[in-house]
Design a protein around this ligand. Structure first.
Ligand code: TYD
Length: 201
């Protein structure tokens, strides 16, 4: 039986990465093989593209095209083979991030993203997307205390407001796929929310 495809999304500083080890354990406790991966990245070529994407200034459409180039490789090498053999794939970000960052944040036309999505993904869509949501002030304050910020993490509160709104808009338009997690509460409470959602799978 084909595996399930789960993606994690949220603004920088929303705390999603903290939950990955727990989510892997929860999924493995169901007895399934779990492949944990990330975007941009997940393959040797994809990780090289990630280094460029997170460090080099570039035109917003170049950024969009490189995100999808990395994604094409990721789907072909990792995601599709895993799902086909029945493994579950947990990806730290996927195409919703392109809608949020490149379209919402940088202003790339959504129609261009839709065309690339159809081209690169065909019918592939996540079965479940966990959106870790926090107010922009919280994410910006968390990033201020973080390690050396990358190109995206150096962006303004105004940029992150656009990202958050674009993510919430994606969630509202795809309610059966998205679960919004309130990440602005005690870590233990967020963990309970995550556990409850994973237990329904
Ligand atoms: P992130 O997932 O936050 O990793 P880390 O926790 O190591 O900082 O970093 C990836 C960055 O890439 C993030 O700022 C969002 C950005 N990104 C896009 O702009 N578009 C995309 O399509 C994807 C997948 C990521």
């Amino acid at each position: 039986m084909r595996g399930k495809f789960i993606t994690l999304e949220g603004m920088d500083g929303a705390g999603k990465s903290t939950h990955i080890p727990d989510i892997i354990k929860l999924l493995e406790s169901k007895g399934v093989e779990v492949i944990s991966t990330r975007e941009p990245g997940g393959t040797v070529l994809g990780e090289q593209l990630r280094t460029l994407l997170l460090n080099e200034p570039m035109h917003p459409e170049t950024e969009t095209l490189l995100m999808f180039a990395a994604r094409r490789e990721h789907i072909a090498q990792i995601i599709e083979p895993a799902l086909a053999r029945g493994a579950w794939v947990l990806s730290d970000r996927f195409t919703d991030a392109t809608y949020a960052y490149q379209s919402g944040g940088r202003g790339v036309l959504a129609n261009k993203v839709i065309e690339l999505e159809v081209w690169v993904q065909g019918n592939l869509q996540p079965d479940l997307t966990l959106l870790f949501d926090v107010p922009v002030e919280v994410s910006v304050a968390r990033l201020a205390n973080a390690r050396t910020p990358d190109k995206f993490e150096r962006e303004s509160a105004e940029f992150f407001t656009k990202i958050r709104n674009a993510y919430l808009d994606r969630a509202n338009k795809n309610p059966s796929r998205f679960c919004i997690i309130n990440s602005n509460q005690a870590l233990d409470k967020v963990k309970v929310e995550v556990k409850n959602i994973i237990s329904t799978l």
